[in-house]
Design a protein around this ligand. Structure first.
Ligand code: GLP
Length: 256
């Protein structure tokens, strides 16, 4: 795992955008794994700037979102379909038909989840998966105790996640209870992982992910097993790390 500590969350976005662009350089049809949440918004804003500057072109890119709520119409403004369209697809100039979001509104959720998995395989796999981390260590919506080999499927949200996401809804009752999420196995198949986190509220879970044991109780700790996992965090999110000094040293003493 490579850990980069940035002075602030804007820098997190800039460094993460650099990683994403480097990893898809020269590809006519890059395949991006897309995350919702507040954490990657600076990253998307920077990608938008870089695309406007002509450094990168996402119009041929394929996209696969991590997750979706069950039971929300894809037209609902709080569905992840709409969120991804609003925060990623439009700003980056991606082609909406080339971006898939797991279907949480299908009559047969399991069949839809399997089709989603097949589509990733048909696309040749994900080049770079963008990730945030939930306050309980989830990635996508893989809640604690999720299987490390899980694939896209229906999950039940924990109360903690529903509480965290209640801020987007008018009242707590409307936060869906279930979701469809890429599995931990699906995420781990991506060729590169770019995880972003910022703020003091993420400090404990970031320390657990980077320095704690690999355990299903902190699903993000599985990133320790990925060959190309880049974790980009700000000072506040790094504040509980024992090895923060080491990570700073590594970043400023790269071999020539
Ligand atoms: C959500 C999403 C995750 C996201 C996480 C953190 O529930 N399913 O993909 O990473 O919560 O969100 P935020 O970045 O807003 O803290």
């Amino acid at each position: 795992m490579e850990v980069v500590i940035c002075p602030d969350e804007e820098q997190v976005g800039a460094v993460a955008a650099d990683r994403v662009i480097t990893q898809i350089a020269g590809k006519h049809t890059p395949v991006l794994g897309l995350a919702t949440g507040t954490s990657p918004l600076n990253l998307y804003a920077e990608l938008q700037r870089r695309s406007a500057a002509g450094d990168v072109d996402f119009s041929h890119a394929l996209g696969f979102a991590l997750d979706e709520y069950v039971g929300l119409d894809p037209q609902h403004p709080l569905s992840y379909r709409q969120t991804i369209d609003r925060t990623v697809v439009k700003p980056l100039g991606m082609t909406p038909e080339r971006v898939r979001v797991p279907n949480g509104f299908a009559a047969d959720l399991e069949a839809a989840a399997n089709e989603f998995e097949d589509a990733i395989v048909e696309a040749g796999g994900v080049d770079v998966q963008i990730l945030g981390i939930g306050s309980n260590g989830h990635i996508g919506f893989n809640e604690p105790t999720s299987s490390f080999s899980s694939r896209t499927r229906v999950k039940t949200l924990t109360q903690q996640t529903r509480d965290d996401n209640a801020r987007f809804f008018d009242d707590d009752e409307t936060v869906p209870t279930h979701c469809v999420s890429q599995g931990l196995g699906t995420i781990m198949d991506a060729r590169n992982l770019v995880m972003v986190a910022s703020g003091e509220k993420k400090a404990d879970v970031v320390a657990a992910m980077i320095e704690g044991p690999v355990t299903a109780m902190c699903p993000a700790s599985l990133l320790q097993f990925h060959r190309r996992a880049f974790v980009i965090i700000d000072e506040a999110a790094a504040s509980k790390l024992q090895y923060a000094e080491y990570f700073r040293h590594v970043a400023s003493h790269q071999p020539a």
